[in-house]
Design a protein around this ligand. Structure first.
Ligand code: NDP
Ligand code: OXD
Length: 312
């Protein structure tokens, strides 16, 4: 059984070792260096992160395309993507844990004004802010899938007033569910800290725009840890500059790495991380990838097949 690894990741060796520990019969080949044209027909699986356009179709006998990420926008963007085989996205304990840590850190940082305390300390000032009640802090999560749900449950455990917005209605203890286009305005109106954990699709692109930012209460805070293209940058910058939006934590950007001259770099109300909200950890994610390969080899349906019509 042969797998081709197509990614610029610097963790290639760790992936090879971790997968072969799970599947000793697996031949792990790195594209392009370890693949000749003659090899291509013998490859069974492609494990990929943002594969270059047209590369996947050159492997004629793939059984599945396995994503190294939870988000598959970088795979589905290929106009020549083979569509007769499953594309499976990544769902992984460490990926979920990392995202929940990121969300909790930034929600608490904003709720307790720790960023303002940092600025005060740097300015040599001493002052104490009012401590707000978490039960009165409306936290809203766009997208209540694998990642959004875990973050929501842990925010509920910390007593925040949590709501979610998804395509279909949800029933998660302590989380007020809004769904569909008709549910968005109500969700935004009660959200003081907005977290985006949506997949990037035609429907969700640009969802954090002037119209929707204006529907958040004045002083709301935005956390985008999904994809840069969920945000219309000029609209967010305008809302920050007008004071309607108090600040933003951004992990993902329309262009990555973020161009050096982008306004976000120096904006006093923006804090950033370099698409590092949660990273794929080979030792745990390999268990999931291996399990999906075992399922396919056994003739069963793999986990988390992407619906190519909805894009996630
Ligand atoms: P899931 O597919 O599990 O969940 C997606 C959620 O979004 C679902 O609740 C879905 O609703 C909802 N949704 C999708 N489209 C719409 C729509 N048009 N209207 C309303 N709701 C919608 O994804 P994950 O939770 O696993 O991952 C979410 C995203 O996080 C990834 O796609 C990726 O872009 C990003 N990510 C970012 C990382 C980082 O480091 N910055 C790391 C990992 C992921 P429903 O349940 O009703 O279908
Ligand atoms: C992902 C990511 O989608 O890391 O998994 O962005």
């Amino acid at each position: 059984m042969k797998l081709v690894f197509i990614s610029k990741s610097d963790k290639k060796a760790a992936w090879g070792d971790s997968l072969q520990a799970q599947l000793p019969d697996l031949e792990f080949l790195i594209w392009p260096d370890e693949i000749s044209d003659a090899d291509k027909a013998s490859i069974d699986y492609a494990l990929v992160w943002r594969p270059p356009t047209g590369v996947l179709k050159t492997f004629p006998n793939l059984k599945a395309i396995l994503s190294l990420g939870a988000g598959v926008d970088g795979v589905l963007v290929d106009p020549e993507l083979p569509t007769h085989i499953p594309v499976c996205r990544l769902v992984d304990r460490c990926l979920t844990q990392g995202m929940t840590e990121y969300v909790l850190y930034h929600v608490i940082r904003q709720h307790r004004r720790f960023g303002d305390y940092e600025k005060m300390t740097a300015a040599g000032e001493w002052d104490v802010f009012t401590q707000e009640d978490a039960r009165r802090r409306g936290v809203g999560i766009l997208g209540l899938g694998e990642l959004g749900r875990d973050a929501a449950e842990k925010l509920v455990a910390l007593d925040y007033d949590v709501a979610s917005w998804s395509r279909s209605p949800k029933d998660v203890a302590g989380v007020t569910s809004f769904h569909g286009a008709d549910g968005l305005d109500g969700f935004l109106a009660r959200t003081q800290i907005l977290i985006c954990l949506l997949p990037l699709t035609d429907e969700t692109q640009g969802i954090i725009n002037a119209e929707h930012l204006a529907k958040l209460p004045k002083g709301a805070y935005v956390i985008n840890c999904a994809r840069g293209a969920h945000v219309v940058d000029d609209d967010l910058l305008a809302a920050l500059d007008s004071g309607h939006i108090a600040g933003a934590t951004l992990d993902v950007f329309n262009e990555e790495p973020l161009p050096k001259d982008h306004a976000y770099w120096t904006h006093p109300k923006v804090i950033m991380t370099p698409h590092a909200a949660s990273l794929t950890v080979p030792h745990s994610a390999a268990e999931y990838v291996a399990e999906n390969i075992r399922l396919i080899e056994a003739g069963e349906t793999p986990m988390n097949i992407v619906d190519l019509t909805t894009g996630y």
